[in-house]
Design a protein around this ligand. Structure first.
Ligand SMILES: [Zn+2]
Length: 131
């Protein structure tokens, strides 16, 4: 099985990717202003540098999406056409991810996170919530 390319964590994203590898999404809440972040060393809202780790609910909405008809990596060749997009988590941060499921695909459509194991690394995909 060919696995998709997964970003290498850096200092700002290390906690986010470690949580994915453990099967969950964790966010950073700025201790000074309460802004939520996927990854940060400095809060882009206030410049704060202290964060608390908080679990994400996994709920979100589709902020944007696209349908891919050409595989840009062999791991995706058998999944074409593939849908991916930007998901806005209920807590606020946005991330790009694959969108799966049979629910209605539209801007604002509700989604729920699933963490898939890809050769020991966690990858978040979002399933459309039927409704
Ligand atoms: Zn802040």
């Amino acid at each position: 099985m060919t696995f998709p390319p997964i970003p290498e964590p850096d200092a700002a994203s290390a906690r986010f990717f470690a949580a994915l590898d453990a099967g969950r999404i964790e966010l950073l809440r700025c201790a000074d202003c309460g802004s939520m972040h996927l990854a940060a060393l400095i809060c882009d809202a206030c410049g704060g540098t202290q964060f608390a780790t908080v679990p994400a609910s996994g709920a979100g909405i589709v902020h944007s999406f696209t349908r891919l008809h050409m595989a840009h990596h062999p791991a995706f060749a058998e999944q074409l056409p593939l849908t991916a997009g930007v998901v806005e988590l209920a807590e606020g941060p946005r991330l790009f991810a694959q969108l799966v499921g049979e629910g209605t695909l539209a801007i604002g459509a509700p989604v729920s996170a699933e963490i898939r194991d890809c050769d020991g690394r966690g990858v978040a995909v979002f399933r459309l919530v039927a409704g």
